[in-house]
Write a protein that binds this ligand. Structure first.
Ligand SMILES: *Cc1c(COP(=O)(O)O)cnc(C)c1O
Length: 468
């Protein structure tokens, strides 16, 4: 490995112009707060959180140039100048011909799913993402996991755990026929696997396979730029290529993309669907007016689109990715050194704690990751989130908990928001929780919403905690 990550003293490629003061709470207050929140960190008020590692979605700090771009907002209902600015940036950096802006990633997923999936279709993917799979299912499709087996093993150090297992895909094609597979849903830097990239070699192989069987490749490009950075770092032949070039090479092997701009693109809201096929694009524009808004704003203000265009130009900078991924790695290495079980290799957007190994005494149906996220909050006011049995939900056919192999707590790092000192505080808190892990018990779900239950479900302890 080369570059700034190898040195111990790297620094952020920015200086701070404006700050937001943090508020602290006492442990007694947090004990009360977590109970009121039904042991779900999504239901805690932000003012009661000290360091917020719930998600990297929409939580990044914008640059002075992005804020300046907000002032350039052309708030016209139709034909906003900022739409054309974003379209130009997307064409330059991703390379897709056509752009449909959406209010966020799931808006694009809804349109894409409705356009391409028919009742009874199958949609293979390199592991599921919560909103992506739900839109596929609601459009009548069945999601089929075709990620490499290593992705389901938190201890595997495979450098490209986001790769597609072409043999698994081929098995599905033989079983149901390629005509019932409208596209493969290919996620960059697979979130649910711990922020794990696919390799360009795998994408090339997938491209050749899909071309032969006339199956489209639709990229979930939400973290495609972070994936490109990993390719540069880890894949032979890419060390001397720029992240920009790798991103283009990646997108050129796909037919379109859904993107949540709230991640890679450094904005607080926004997303888009990008396509190369003109006919499909026209139909997507038409669906946009039902769900998002006119096709030149898609649920966004003009200023949001301008901030997104500038965010894209900053996101493809190597110095940005080196610091962003470097900060996550800094936290992960601290936890690893302290013996905390985490998913390896350390991903791009957060450190994923293996809650099943952390709390082996808690049954999977008593939600160990949910319980651990709650305990971390009570310990230090640090907000993490569950990525395990609660997030996976129930199988629509059997109604049973899916009980995924990965039972994780995600410490997600917002971009350009926290310092290394914050990461130290987080690591110290987790180490303290680990020392007392025997005292953490399981949870029972007391309220279960129908869709994406992890956002709004409520829990209570199986038994009251023993007094300290
Ligand atoms: C966040 C996310 C989405 C959904 O995007 P939203 O902007 O939250 O609607 C889709 N795919 C991946 C991989 C994500 O991380």
């Amino acid at each position: 490995m080369s570059g700034p990550l190898e040195k111990r003293s790297w620094a952020e490629p920015f200086k701070i112009k404006s700050v937001e003061l943090l508020r602290t709470t006492t442990r007694a207050e947090r004990d009360e707060i977590i109970g009121q929140a039904g042991y779900n960190t999504f239901l805690i008020r932000s003012r009661d959180v000290y360091i917020d590692l719930l998600t990297d979605s929409g939580t990044s700090a914008m640059s002075d140039r992005q804020w300046a771009g907000m002032m350039l907002g052309d708030e016209a209902y139709a034909g906003s100048e900022n739409y054309y600015s974003l379209e130009a940036a997307v064409r330059e950096h991703y390379g897709y011909r056509y752009l449909v802006p959406t209010h966020q990633g799931r808006g694009a997923e809804n349109i894409l799913s409705q356009l391409l999936i028919k009742q009874g279709d199958f949609v293979p993917g390199n592991m599921y993402f919560t909103t992506t799979r739900l839109h596929q299912e609601r459009a009548g499709g069945t999601f089929v996991d075709v990620i490499v087996e290593e992705a389901h093993d938190p201890t595997s150090e495979h450098p490209f755990k986001g790769d597609v297992d072409i043999a698994k895909l081929d098995r599905l094609v033989r079983e149901v026929g390629a005509d019932r597979i409208p596209y493969i849903s290919l996620e960059a830097n697979v979130n649910m696997a711990g922020g794990q990239p696919f390799s360009m070699a795998n994408l090339k192989e997938l491209h050749a396979y899909c071309k032969l069987h006339r199956i489209a490749i639709m990229l979930d490009g939400t973290r495609a730029i972070e994936n490109a950075y990993f390719i540069k770092e880890r894949e032979r032949g890419y060390q001397d290529k720029s992240v920009k070039r790798i991103l283009r090479e990646m997108c050129d092997l796909t037919d379109g993309a859904t993107v949540s701009a709230k991640k890679d693109l450094l904005v607080n809201i926004g997303g888009f669907l990008a396509l190369n096929d003109e006919e499909l694009f026209r139909r997507a524009q038409n669906l946009s007016v039902i769900y998002e808004g006119l096709h030149t704003y898609g649920g966004l203000a003009g200023r949001d689109m301008e901030a997104m265009a500038q965010g894209l130009r900053e996101a493809v900078m190597e110095s940005h990715q080196a610091a962003r991924i470097g900060q996550v790695r800094y936290l992960g290495e601290k936890l690893d050194a302290a013996g905390i079980p985490i998913v390896k290799p350390i991903g791009s957007h957060g450190v994923f704690i293996d809650a099943a190994a952390f709390l082996p005494h808690v049954d999977r149906d008593q939600y160990p990751a949910q319980a651990l996220a709650a305990a971390i909050y009570v310990e230090a006011g640090v907000r993490a989130m569950e990525r395990g049995n609660v997030s996976a939900g129930r199988d629509p056919n059997t109604g049973k908990n899916r009980r995924p192999n990965l039972e994780l707590v995600r410490l997600t790092v917002p971009r350009r928001v926290y310092t290394q000192a914050h990461m130290d505080v987080v690591a110290e808190a987790i180490v303290r929780v680990y020392a007392e892990r025997d005292r953490i018990g399981g949870l029972r779900m007391t309220y279960e919403p129908e869709y994406l239950r992890f956002f709004q479900a409520r829990f209570e302890p199986m038994e009251k905690r023993r007094p300290a």
